[in-house]
Design a protein around this ligand. Structure first.
Ligand code: PHE
Ligand code: FE
Length: 295
């Protein structure tokens, strides 16, 4: 097999453009450098410190059950034994971002794509695209949870379907992924916690999401989320809060086809806006918000 490539976005005269790769590769575990393992260790230790009392119990518990440790970059094959037994999910190595339909198809079949390479030391605090740390540390633990595992597979099937319906349906579904899988908060008996991977893999956003006055924290509402724009270059202006993974499953179980049709009649909601119909847990002060840049 060829040596896997490290596929990152490209700097062009029009700014950064994403580059996609479809190949599924064997994790070249023996090729990680001491620096790679050290980046994993530093990030792992730092995040675990931040996340105790901030990430939901299921997330922290699953990392321990899977045997993720700071010592070295985990082997996908080791993770797969535990994960397969728990929920039937399997990690596959990829070189970078996948085209949407490939991504959906993997999820629908309980294959979770994990970028094989890890960020460089100068990218410790921020990297635009998913790397091994974001994918493995951030996404994989909740795949151990039976409800969340089912949600992700259902999302994949829903993605294949939305892809066949059109661009607006896809956009609505992408917003759902963004505000749940990537940036979701959950209400636990002892307080608000993080479950979104985009948050748990970032030290500053982990603190911001829960403790800053700036962002809105609003109760989960499927159609509201599907109308809401988001930020890809700064902290979110709004986080949506679920009460349980059961709630997430039940709210997303119905066929989305009529919902997509309904959404077509409505405009999108700016990332930081609060609506009269919202269940507001915290109304953001909006401090430090850039005035444009919603996606
Ligand atoms: N129920 C959705 C549909 O019919 C599929 C889906 C399930 C999407 C769970 C996201 C999460 O399209
Ligand atoms: Fe992600």
């Amino acid at each position: 097999m060829n040596q896997p490539r490290r596929v990152e976005n490209l700097q062009t005269d029009k700014g950064k453009v994403p580059v996609y790769a479809t190949g599924v590769i064997e994790q070249p575990w023996g090729d990680y450098s001491a620096t790679d393992h050290d980046v994993w260790r530093r990030l792992y230790q730092r995040q675990r410190e931040v996340l105790v009392g901030r990430a939901c119990d299921e997330f922290l518990q699953a990392q321990d059950t899977m045997g993720m440790t700071p010592d070295r970059i985990p082997k996908f094959s080791d993770m797969n034994r535990v994960l397969g037994d728990a929920t039937g999910w399997r990690l596959i190595g990829v070189e970078g971002l996948l085209p949407e339909l490939d991504f959906f198809d993997h999820l629908a079949n309980r294959r979770f794509p994990v970028t094989w390479w890890i960020r460089r030391p100068d990218q410790i605090d921020y990297i635009e695209e998913p790397d091994l740390f974001h994918d493995l540390f951030g996404h994989v633990p909740l795949l151990m949870n039976p409800l969340f595992a089912d949600y992700m597979a259902a999302y994949g099937r829903g993605g294949v379907k939305a892809h066949g319906i059109g661009a607006d349906a896809l956009q609505a579904l992408t917003r759902l992924y963004w505000y749940t899988v990537e940036f979701g908060l959950i209400r636990q008996a002892d307080g608000l916690r993080i479950y979104g991977s985009g948050i748990v893999s970032s030290k500053s956003e982990s603190i911001h999401a829960l403790e800053s006055d700036a962002p809105n924290r609003i109760g989960f509402d499927l159609e509201r989320i599907m109308r809401t724009r988001y930020r890809i270059d700064t902290f979110q202006k709004t986080y949506f809060v679920i009460d349980s993974f059961q709630q997430l499953m039940e709210a997303t179980a119905p066929d989305f086809t009529p919902i997509y049709a309904r959404l077509a009649e409505q405009g999108s909601v700016p990332a930081g806006e609060v609506l009269a119909s919202d269940t507001v847990l915290h109304r953001g002060s909006g401090e430090g918000w850039a005035t444009d840049g919603d996606v």
